[in-house]
Design a protein around this ligand. Structure first.
Ligand SMILES: Nc1ncnc2c1ncn2[C@@H]1O[C@H](COP(=O)(O)OP(=O)(O)OP(=O)(O)O)[C@@H](O)[C@H]1O
Ligand SMILES: [Mg+2]
Length: 266
């Protein structure tokens, strides 16, 4: 069966994209799914978070997009059993310009992923693929939107949050019409939530008004453990298993996977 491919996207910086990719991925793996996370950000925060390694050798997503390596060459195991990673590299910063003139430049990731999935043995093929996008709507994010079946938008509920959301939804719509008819908005997930403020409630009500029915039930609360885990190269489930952060990301994984039919140990 083809895996679910989810682009984790918001062009606003620092809203929880990478934290969500790492910990939703770890939580889904904990619930029995084989997960592949792909770091599409030249900052390589996801790569650091999941491997603890700043100077990784070997091919990265950059080499894959350039066509120098098949995606299978770049896949690495992480500190989390069941969660593998296609790492990023600082080199990726030049990719937007380098690839601008490439034929089919928006489809490079989709094609690389399709090649990987068709070549993988049944028991090793990922069931869930998460694409951690950079904070922009450039060629890298576009590649994610073309490769994905759905978009998950992490959003910090402040009164400015809606400003970027309209633009983001426009781009998703455009990609659906021109490049990827199967693309849908999977959901919006509130991250960095400070549950005590009325501002949070107002911002979330506003999101619900503008994009009805898309705000996921699970709230990712602000939790310092989530901010600490990356520097230890571990997911929140390993770093602080009884923290609110671990609880919230497990809840998010259950909600996102809900209805798929859970494997025995979930
Ligand atoms: N729920 C949370 N509680 C506390 N800190 C958090 C939470 N979520 C994310 N953070 C911290 O906030 C910062 C931004 O989060 P993150 O890197 O996930 O955002 P991002 O959207 O991927 O950023 P960028 O746009 O730069 O890629 C990080 O330092 C992260 O550790
Ligand atoms: Mg990030």
């Amino acid at each position: 069966m083809a895996p679910r491919v989810i682009a984790i996207l918001n062009q606003k910086g620092g809203v929880g994209k990478t934290t969500t990719t790492a910990n939703l991925g770890a939580a889904a793996a904990r619930l029995g799914r084989r997960v592949l996370a792909c770091d599409l950000d030249p900052q390589a925060n996801l790569t650091t978070h999941l491997t603890g390694d700043l100077r990784r050798e070997g091919p990265s997503v950059y080499d894959v997009l350039r066509g120098d390596h098949p995606l299978a060459d770049a896949v690495r195991e992480t500190s989390v059993p069941g969660l593998s990673l296609v790492p990023s590299h600082l080199d990726l910063a030049g990719a937007e310009m380098e690839l601008a003139a490439a034929v089919g430049r928006e489809q490079l990731l989709r094609d690389a992923l399709a090649g990987f999935l068709s070549g993988a043995e049944d028991g090793r093929r990922p069931e869930l693929v998460l694409l951690d996008c950079p904070p922009s709507l450039g060629l890298l994010s576009l590649n994610a939107l073309v490769a994905a079946g759905e978009v998950l938008v992490p959003l910090e509920p402040t009164f400015l949050a809606l400003q970027g959301l309209a633009k983001l939804l426009e781009v998703v719509d455009l990609v659906r019409r021109r490049l990827n008819p199967g693309l849908r908005l999977g959901g919006i997930v509130a991250c960095l939530v400070d549950a005590r403020t009325t501002l949070t409630a107002e911002a979330l009500a506003e999101v619900e008004r503008h994009v009805p029915g898309k705000l996921l039930r699970t709230r990712i609360r602000r939790n310092v453990r989530l901010a600490e885990a990356p520097s230890h190269g571990r997911s929140i489930l390993d770093y602080a298993p009884s923290s609110r952060g671990a609880e919230d990301y497990l809840a998010l994984a259950r909600e996102v996977l809900g209805g798929e039919g859970a494997p025995a140990d979930a």
